[in-house]
Design a protein around this ligand. Structure first.
Ligand code: SAM
Length: 221
């Protein structure tokens, strides 16, 4: 449930109808192919659905509109898994349900599962259990929250905004890519978590961002 401690996401809508964060001046998805991007970068990039197994846990930085979560949950169900997918996402700025619905509307293949999620979702909720999904959202600045989480994850989706586009004073010039990097950096380098075998370029840029190293250029999908 949304509480006074939670900051709300302020959204502008681009000409393409996709959400842009007023605070960060950056789009939530690269463009209308956001679903293809989620499948390519985060699923294929993490060897999914091939690596799915009972008890699989995904960690994500930046819950946003939940596009990556829905894409993963749908893939989990389609892969025939009978247990719950664990999906834990870190987010500082909660989108309203209306904004989420509007943001997700262009992604027609997700329409049914998005509806299933949105009717059950309360903005600011910390946990939601649905058919095949155990969702946890850790609210607050990921840099502060990450060190408090001891869970082990089988895959990380590093989907914060670019540090270069983050002039927000309360976040310094940093986003969730920077600092508090120990957990995901350790996780992605853990021998138990294979580095993604596709999209290596994008993924390594993400990891580099976590280590606050300069990242040049943009990666496509
Ligand atoms: C690119 S969007 C994420 C899109 C999302 N993964 C999806 O599938 O809809 C980046 C998200 O990171 C969040 N964010 C940025 N800096 C953060 C921080 N320091 N801590 C937590 N969340 C942060 C933003 O509020 C935004 O929702």
């Amino acid at each position: 449930m949304q509480n006074d401690q939670q900051e709300k996401a302020e959204i502008d809508w681009g000409r393409d109808g996709l959400p842009v964060s007023k605070r960060f001046g950056e789009g939530y998805f690269s463009d209308a192919s956001g679903l293809a991007e989620a499948e390519h970068v985060y699923l294929a990039g993490n060897g999914l659905p091939r690596r799915f197994r009972p008890g699989f846990q995904v960690g994500e930085l930046g819950f946003g509109a939940g596009l990556n979560m829905l894409t993963t949950w749908r893939a989990w169900r389609e892969s025939g898994q009978k247990t719950q997918l664990g999906f834990t996402s870190f987010e500082a700025f909660a989108m309203t349900s209306e904004d989420m619905e509007r943001a997700l509307a262009p992604f027609k293949p997700l329409a049914a599962i998005a509806r299933e999620f949105l009717v059950a979702w309360q903005p600011g909720a910390e946990h939601l259990r649905l058919d095949g999904l155990d969702l946890s959202v850790v609210w607050g600045d990921a840099r502060a929250m990450l060190p408090l989480i001891e869970d082990q994850f089988d895959a990380w989706f590093l989907d914060g905004f670019s540090p270069a586009k983050n002039p927000t004073p309360s976040f310094g010039r940093a986003t969730c890519w920077e600092r508090s990097r120990a957990t995901p950096a350790k996780a992605v380098h853990s021998p138990h978590i294979p580095l993604p075998d596709t999209s290596a370029d994008h993924f390594q840029r993400s990891v580099l961002r976590w280590t606050a190293a300069p990242v040049l250029g943009e990666s496509g999908i």
